[in-house]
Design a protein around this ligand. Structure first.
Ligand code: ZN
Length: 273
């Protein structure tokens, strides 16, 4: 399949133009998705052509999912890719970073890249967030998740052989404020969650949170409140931030350079195979 035809069936699913109405944000997404696909194809060429990885799959939903504005974003950026020291980058992206993205090495085991460094996301970090961002990402920008001890215990047991959940203890946080290490204290055994596991095992939108615990009169833990920001792994291009920057008049290459450190945006002839 032609790469741009593939992208026309990816971009509207990753960033729906019905919500993300700014063409420069869609162009940034198109270039990130193109580069991601090429980088992946390059590394896994021997295994056959399939654009999916354990870290991230791109959502291809076919011709029916194509939309005019996202197709325009793909066409007007034809051949445009992101490179770091001459190589296509692993152009990861995340829905809503909560104000600051995180270093890749802090979120993923045995994966790092010099261009995937945590950075401030200007639109989400603004003193007053643009109401147009609230409209597309409102429930992800900041959230509270209230959960009883018993329900959280059940959630955690889907991933760990935990007996009884006694308590949780955040141990360290990254530059973005994400909880990078968290101890799950059980009756018999404790477990330490790291990186992406923190949010996935607890069942949270993001690991950028603070935690409150509620105790009953006897000092027994009854529930937790997680006050968080963001949705996703928090690494790479922030889609909500990209939309915000595009609304402020930034171009797709400026947007990409905000979230990927030290990269070049170049147009090249891409060999189809
Ligand atoms: Zn952001």
């Amino acid at each position: 399949m032609d790469l741009d035809d593939y992208l026309k069936g990816v971009v509207p699913n990753e960033m729906p133009p019905s919500k993300f109405t700014a063409i420069e944000a869609l162009k940034a997404q198109a270039v990130a998705a193109r580069t991601y696909a090429l980088s992946f194809r390059n590394r896994y060429a021997q295994d056959g052509y399939q654009i999916c990885s354990t870290i991230q799959c791109q959502l291809y939903r076919g011709v029916e999912s194509e939309r005019p504005l996202s197709s325009e974003a793909v066409e007007t950026t034809r051949g445009v890719v992101i490179k770091y020291q001459g190589q296509w980058i692993d152009a990861m992206y995340t829905s809503t970073c909560g104000g600051r993205t995180e270093d890749a090495a802090n979120m993923f085991r045995s994966f790092d890249a010099p261009y995937l460094r945590g950075t401030v996301c200007p639109p989400e970090n603004a003193r007053e967030i643009d109401p147009r961002l609230e409209a597309v990402s409102g429930s992800h920008l900041s959230w509270t998740y209230h959960v009883s001890r018993a329900d959280l215990e059940k959630n955690i047991q889907k991933s760990l052989p935990l007996d009884t959940l006694v308590d949780l203890k955040p141990l360290s946080e990254g530059p973005s404020g994400r909880v990078l290490k968290l101890k799950v204290i059980g009756l018999k055994n404790d477990y330490v969650l790291r990186g992406l596991e923190v949010k996935s095992v607890l069942g949270l939108k993001d690991s950028l949170f603070t935690m409150e615990r509620q105790l009953d009169a006897d000092g027994q833990l009854i529930s937790f409140d997680f006050h968080g920001r963001g949705w996703g792994h928090g690494v790479g291009l922030c889609q909500t931030g990209a939309f915000g920057l595009a609304l402020e008049g930034e171009t797709f290459d400026q947007i990409l350079k905000t979230y990927y450190s030290g990269v070049d945006i170049v147009r090249e002839v891409i060999r189809e195979n």
